[in-house]
Design a protein around this ligand. Structure first.
Ligand code: M6R
Length: 356
């Protein structure tokens, strides 16, 4: 897992390679028909499980922002077990590392039956889901061995942001300059990730050492970082067996705040964006109840925080998920390591879930 965490800058660069010039790539990869179809669809339904579902939640923010299309993100297990409402005017976007997950496969079959087009983002060539999809976009992230997905997640994010830009291009929603700016910013992300991983490791190890005996942990985020809070909680659960939950930070006061006491550590993702004031007021409420706060912040220190983990403030808010996930993957990794767990083969889990 550690190797795969550190491979992420290279893996993201692979995912993006040769795919950053949107219109020509769109035509070459999917044909003129796709260009037309992308221009006409009315809504997108994303279906996925686990980590891929969290990547789908980030994609919802991107597609709504850049392509101005409504997006619904659903657990594939929910779609496949009910009379799902899928219309032939929808584009169903299946996100799946393996391309073999049972529930995702079933929901794609349902979508096809309803006459919808299916676009699949996957890492595995000729996997079952690719065979019944109309369009396939490979993440090209190489073989992932760790059961807890890391590099496949960031490569899914890369592919999904590209798709958001392709959709916005086909729908004339971004002018050429803005599109160029977004793609240029995205091009720089692998280098930022590389720097981040080299410069922040020791501090994260120290924090992990302090908290590896905790019984539970909360993760809060807002906007683009709400799905990152969910993904961080899933990573911690999977490999450390510590009970963890991710929440939209604004939801704290609607219930979870009852959990806060001296023993409860909460990771708060607080970038310097439009949401900062609101997130810091949630941190204030935790601090007032003597909860421990691990704050992801561009500031070097903060009076509310017991620990700070630095995040950059020069990166656009929509690109931050590529960075904010890194310290949280490392935190889970080191907590599990200090507990002496078998990190690559966590108990009760399989890499690919091909059963219902
Ligand atoms: O292969 P898929 O992306 O369809 O797999 C979905 C989930 O089973 C997977 O993401 C799972 O949650 C991982 N163990 C997460 O680390």
């Amino acid at each position: 897992m550690s190797k795969e965490i550190f491979e992420q800058p290279e893996v993201l660069a692979n995912t993006l390679e040769g795919r950053l010039a949107s219109l020509s790539i769109l035509r070459a990869s999917f044909g003129e028909n796709a260009l037309q179809m992308f221009g006409q669809i009315k809504q997108i339904q994303i279906v996925a499980c686990g980590t891929s579902y969290h990547a789908g939640l980030v994609a919802k923010c991107w597609i709504e922002k850049f392509a101005n299309l409504p997006v619904d993100v659903q657990f594939a297990s929910e779609i496949s077990s009910k009379e799902a409402y899928i219309s032939k005017f929808d584009l169903v976007l299946a996100v799946t590392q393996s391309g073999e997950t049972y529930d995702t496969l079933q929901s794609v079959k349902l979508a096809k039956k309803a006459g919808a087009r299916v676009f699949t983002i996957t890492n595995v060539k000729d996997s079952a889901i690719t065979k019944i999809s109309d369009y396939v976009f490979y993440t090209k992230c190489g073989f992932e061995i760790g059961v807890a997905s890391t590099k496949c997640f960031t490569s899914q994010l890369g592919a999904l942001l590209l798709l958001s830009i392709y959709l916005s291009t086909a729908r004339n929603m971004l002018n050429k300059e803005k599109r160029k700016e977004v793609l240029n910013n995205l091009r720089k992300i692998p280098d930022y990730m590389e720097n981040y991983l080299t410069n922040n490791l020791e501090k994260i190890k120290r924090i992990a050492k302090k908290y590896y005996r905790t019984k539970s942990m909360l993760f809060l985020g807002k906007g683009y970082n709400f799905p990152i809070a969910l993904e961080a909680a899933l990573k911690l659960k999977e490999i450390s067996y510590i009970y963890a939950e991710g929440y939209a930070s604004g939801e704290m006061k609607h219930g979870p705040i009852a959990l806060i006491d001296k023993k409860m550590p909460t990771v708060v993702i607080a970038p310097n964006d439009n949401n900062n004031k609101k997130i810091m007021s949630n941190a204030q409420e935790i601090n007032a109840r003597e909860g421990k706060i691990i704050l992801l912040t561009p500031e070097s220190s903060n009076e509310l925080a017991n620990h700070t983990i630095s995040i950059p403030d020069h990166i656009e808010d929509y690109l931050l998920p590529f960075i904010t996930i890194l310290p949280l993957q490392l935190l889970s990794y080191y907590i599990a390591l200090f507990k002496g767990n078998d990190i690559d083969q966590p108990r009760n889990l399989a890499k690919t879930v091909t059963v219902e």
